[in-house]
Design a binder for this molecule. Structure first.
Ligand code: NAD
Length: 371
């Protein structure tokens, strides 16, 4: 990769994936117009749609494309519960595509910003006195360990009963590497790290906390606050302002980050970055939203925000990433909404997926034209 020429894999995914991806990739055209940058976008099949076309949710050709690029932009994958039954269990998109993608590139660090500016605070279902100046949390989720990646067994036991066994597995290296990421982020931000665990029940959390007590010696300026995951779920609703950086294991992060979308007002406001040692991919935190697919009403903020994170974290184009964030937020701050964030009778103008994309690109064009 030369410093201004980048190859990016584009995995549209399923459900609303293609609709929101169509808006997100427009960012690259606007950037090319204003900056000496070149982006080669390479589309590849991934998810349920890939399975129906090729028999594999993560086809070999897609693996080769992903291996060859500087970064991967991925739309959500998956089908409704009923439609998923048409795919063999091991090829269903999470097991057949997402987990193998994460394992292939060891994308152990998942960054999930839960952000709502003060001027967008009206989108939150929380009361104004709870939201105050908005929400600004960075949730860091371990992404390649724990229950989702542990050994699995299913069968019939000696009594003739069907049983299942899934293991929550971590070694100390997996724990320390994600904790280092979290401490480094806390150092750059408010120097407070909330460690979310369940050490009163799970011995995996006991080891996690032991490792934390070793790792924290490298970051004497960061204050650590411990919180049990169940209490954290309540605290996110009652007092989100207490949090800055939060770190947790895989499944806790999956669940609490969706709650993060809830306190913002919609999962459509939740982009994410999945970072490994040599490769990263970027995706909305949410799923394929089959209930609204094909209706041109999905909120593309999460997908466009994932482009902003890609520009910032993989391509080191911080100013351009910042311009993308400002463009998106300015649309909402100007009084517009998308269908997920406001009821129909709210009196605000509700934009379609495409109209939101148009307004963001117009604003981005304007910002990048300004010397
Ligand atoms: P979901 O996240 O797709 O949707 C939950 C709710 O949020 C729905 O009401 C949906 O309409 C809404 N929503 C989500 N994104 C939105 C957006 N951008 N704009 C407006 N509204 C939005 O969760 P689900 O329905 O439980 O799952 C659907 C499928 O997605 C399942 O197959 C699931 O396995 C899969 N999934 C995939 C990923 C991923 O690709 N990383 C993550 C989670 C779920």
């Amino acid at each position: 990769m030369t410093s201004n020429s980048f190859k990016i894999a584009i995995l549209d995914g399923d459900g609303i994936g293609p609709e929101i991806m169509k808006q997100a990739v427009r960012v690259f055209d606007v950037l090319k117009k204003h900056r000496d940058l070149d982006f080669e976008l390479i589309s590849a099949k991934f998810g349920a749609s890939a399975y129906f076309e090729t028999g594999k949710a993560f086809p070999d050709e897609t693996k080769e494309i992903c291996d060859s690029v500087d970064a991967i932009l991925k739309g959500p994958v998956g089908l409704s519960h009923e439609e998923s039954q048409k795919i063999p269990v091991n090829e269903q998109p999470e097991r057949g595509a997402i987990l193998p993608l994460r394992a292939r590139y060891n994308t152990y660090a998942n960054f999930r910003p839960i952000y709502l500016s003060k001027n967008m605070a009206h989108f939150s279902p929380l009361k104004p006195e709870i939201i105050r100046d908005g929400i600004d949390i960075l949730l860091i989720r371990e992404l390649v360990g724990g229950l989702y990646f542990g050994a699995k067994d299913r069968g019939v036991n000696a009594q003739g009963l069907r049983y299942v066994k899934e293991s929550l597995e971590y070694d100390e290296t997996q724990i320390s590497q994600i904790l280092h990421v979290a401490f480094q982020q806390a150092e750059k931000r408010k120097k407070v790290l909330h460690n979310i665990h369940k050490s009163n029940v799970l011995i995996s959390s006991v080891l996690w906390n032991e490792v934390l007590d070793e790792v924290r010696n490298d970051y004497p300026g960061v204050e650590v606050k411990h919180l049990l995951v169940d209490a954290a779920a309540t605290a996110l609703c009652l007092n989100p302002g207490q949090f800055d950086v939060m770190v947790m294991e895989n499944m806790f992060g999956d669940i609490l980050s969706d709650q993060g979308g809830g306190i913002l007002g919609s999962l459509g406001l939740m982009p994410s970055a999945c970072i490994g040692p040599d490769k990263a991919y970027y995706e909305p935190s949410h799923g394929s939203a089959p209930d609204i697919a094909g209706k041109n009403i999905a909120n593309p903020y999460s997908m466009i925000g994932s482009v902003a994170m890609l520009l910032d974290m993989s391509l080191k184009l911080q100013a351009e990433a910042d311009a993308v964030w400002r463009s998106m937020r300015s649309v909402f701050e100007a009084g517009y909404s998308t269908a997920d964030l406001s009821p129909k009778d709210s009196g605000v103008e509700i934009l379609s997926t495409e109209d939101f994309g148009d307004k963001v690109m117009t604003k981005l064009d304007e910002i990048l034209s300004t010397p």
